[in-house]
Design a protein around this ligand. Structure first.
Ligand code: GCB
Length: 597
């Protein structure tokens, strides 16, 4: 799906601002979609609704939340095709326009759109959105379906405790706050009646030449022209009349982490125009190396979250700019969009800034070892949606040079039910390959204590593993942690594939210092990383280290989390902890390319 843009052929209206808002419950209330909301609250869009008010009922809400706004369409756009587009609504959405249902969408992290020409009228138009935050076995991320399912049989065995009825609420099977609402921009864009609706650009680079493979999809009649512009706006190549083919890019400038170079494909079709930026670069896995432009790349960076004070998971562009600046300050070159596809705005920024990104689906929480005998066999409820999010994510992000690999899921249980996990994931791995015109590497990020049983990780292009020896296992005992890490790395070495440590980390409370490093102190977090890195540095097949996490982030309340997850190298406000300074020192000394070659 193309990112909406303002240009000489297309108008773009932004509906961001203060909308009318009302909390609902588990029943869909159509009246709140067809009539102006009574006693409405104010709510900023885009942003999560949870932290915008000073009331627990907003933070802890369960079920539908209703948004409304009124807009007018300029008369000058009459005769144009008009499309209403949501960057994301979490976790699912129903949209009404002028009293009629326009569209429904499942999944909280990808865009959806519909033509509105038939429903839009002169004067005021009432746009209503119902955002549902409920999560269960059919959603991604996955929610538990009862507190029993979440906490197992850990409740005390007293009648009075066991009979206690809990209020309806989500039981996330994942470790980040289930923020909800209209998280990304709501836009209306126009196109002429005959229009461009998809563009796929695939760089093919070898020693002799750089070629751009292209495929353009249009609806209606028109003359098609594709012009490639370099960063100075000068024409690098042109093709007229064909929707599919290859173009040689002479004297090519390559895109790579740390040295971004963006070309623009100007596509003209009849009266329509679309500008698609892209980068010329290659990505390939060879032996135990991850090659970008034929050179062995070393991933230095983080798992992240879209998470900040007040905005929650809502788009925060200033924060995105700051985060990339902090990454560069530390000498980092990459991150993973843990645990869901990030905003298109963030990926555009990474293209421009030269940051490599592992794009992840929202498939987190696919692990219920205690609950079902073999729950992979009962996964019809996520499987179809899982396929859909892979297709939609790749369709949305395929042209971004910053994306260098796809992650199909985070930490599913791939060891306890190894064979059925393999049957579940292998087709998804193939699907991700099949729907990506650039055919990037594909992985599933794993974390299994019984890792020798895992059949999924070794079948991926890159073995991506999360590991917490020294925290959840051997917490406070870094000597044992090192031994265990070493032993595990010996095992993965035998698989003859590149390995990326996609998560490792320890919580630290900013400002808590200790002469003798103890858990939760800034010194322990740093000592933990020093210990783990000493092991990783000896492993030539380890081609990347992603710390968990870039910054502290909000989670569900619970005994494991003191005001959220504190494994950030930065606080939630982006103040560096000791470990950020440690990594700045380390990473500025590690080159992006050729570190272990
Ligand atoms: C993990 C998860 C991540 C958690 C992290 C932790 O393995 O992938 O979502 O936040 O551990 O801190 O426990």
């Amino acid at each position: 799906m193309l990112y909406p843009q303002l240009n000489e052929a297309r108008a773009l209206l932004d509906l961001s601002g203060i909308w009318q808002f009302a909390l609902g419950n588990e029943e869909f209330d159509e009246e709140k979609m067809t009539r102006p909301l009574q006693h409405a609250e104010t709510m900023a869009v885009p942003a999560s609704y949870n932290d915008q008010k000073a009331l627990a009922q907003f933070r802890d809400h369960y079920g539908y939340a209703y948004y409304q706004t009124v807009f007018q369409v300029p008369k000058t756009l009459k005769g144009q095709r008009l499309v209403l587009r949501f960057g994301s609504v979490t976790q699912s959405a129903i949209v009404y326009l002028n009293g009629q249902q326009l569209m429904r969408h499942k999944g909280g992290f990808l865009p959806f759109e519909a033509e509105i020409g038939e429903l839009v009228c002169d004067g005021d138009n009432l746009l209503a959105v119902a955002a549902d935050n409920r999560i269960d076995f059919s959603t991604l991320p996955v929610g538990n379906e009862s507190d029993r399912a979440m906490f197992g049989d850990s409740l005390p065995p007293f009648e009075s405790v066991r009979q206690t009825k809990r209020k309806p609420q989500n039981y996330p099977n994942f470790d980040f706050f289930n923020y909800a609402g209209i998280h990304r921009p709501v836009k209306i864009y126009s196109t002429p009646k005959d229009y461009i609706y998809d563009v796929s650009l695939t760089p093919k680079i070898n020693e002799e030449q750089a070629v751009l493979k292209y495929e353009i999809c249009c609806k209606g009649e028109g003359q098609l022209t594709l012009t490639i512009l370099d960063e100075e706006g000068k024409q690098a190549a042109q093709e007229k009349g064909s929707a599919k083919g290859e173009l040689v890019i002479p004297s090519v400038h390559l895109w790579e982490p740390g040295a971004a170079y963006l070309y623009t494909a100007k596509i003209e079709f009849g009266g329509d125009v679309y500008f698609q930026t892209f980068g010329m670069r290659s990505v390939e896995v060879k032996g135990t190396q991850f090659l970008i432009n034929g050179k062995p790349f070393y991933f230095k960076g983080y798992g992240k979250h879209e998470d900040s004070e007040v905005h929650g998971r809502g788009l925060n562009e200033a924060l995105n700019v700051k985060d990339i600046a902090l990454m560069k300050w530390m000498g980092a070159n990459s991150f993973r969009t843990s645990h869901y596809p990030y905003s298109e705005e963030m990926l555009n920024l990474c293209d421009r800034e030269g940051i490599a990104v592992i794009g992840e689906t929202p498939a987190v929480g696919l692990n219920f070892p205690e609950i079902k005998e073999d729950w992979y066999k009962d996964l019809s409820r996520t499987k179809e949606h899982h396929e859909e999010v892979i297709r939609d994510m790749v369709a949305r992000d395929k042209n971004h040079p910053c994306i260098v690999m796809w992650s199909v899921a985070n930490e599913p249980d791939t060891a306890a039910r190894a064979e059925s996990a393999y049957e579940y994931f292998q087709p998804l791995y193939q699907l991700a390959h099949a729907c990506d015109p650039q055919d990037r590497p594909v992985t599933v990020v794993v974390c299994n204590n019984d890792y020798v049983k895992d059949l999924v990780a070794p079948a991926m292009d890159v073995i991506c593993m999360n590991r917490y020896y020294g925290w959840y296992i051997f917490g406070g005992d870094l000597d044992s942690a090192k031994q265990a890490m070493k032993a595990e790395m010996e095992y993965w070495k035998g698989k003859n594939k590149p390995v990326i440590i996609t998560e490792y980390g320890a919580d630290s409370v900013a400002g808590l210092h200790a002469a003798v490093p103890g858990m939760f102190s800034e010194e322990y977090q740093t000592a933990y990383y020093e210990a783990m890195n000493a092991v990783l540095d000896d492993c030539l097949f380890v081609v990347g280290e992603h710390t968990w996490n870039f910054a502290d982030f909000a989670t569900i309340q619970g005994l494991m989390r003191v005001d959220g997850n504190k494994k950030g190298l930065f606080t939630r406000e982006r103040r560096p902890k000791l470990a950020a300074h440690y990594f700045k020192n380390r990473w500025t000394g590690i080159p992006d390319f050729g570190y272990k070659a």
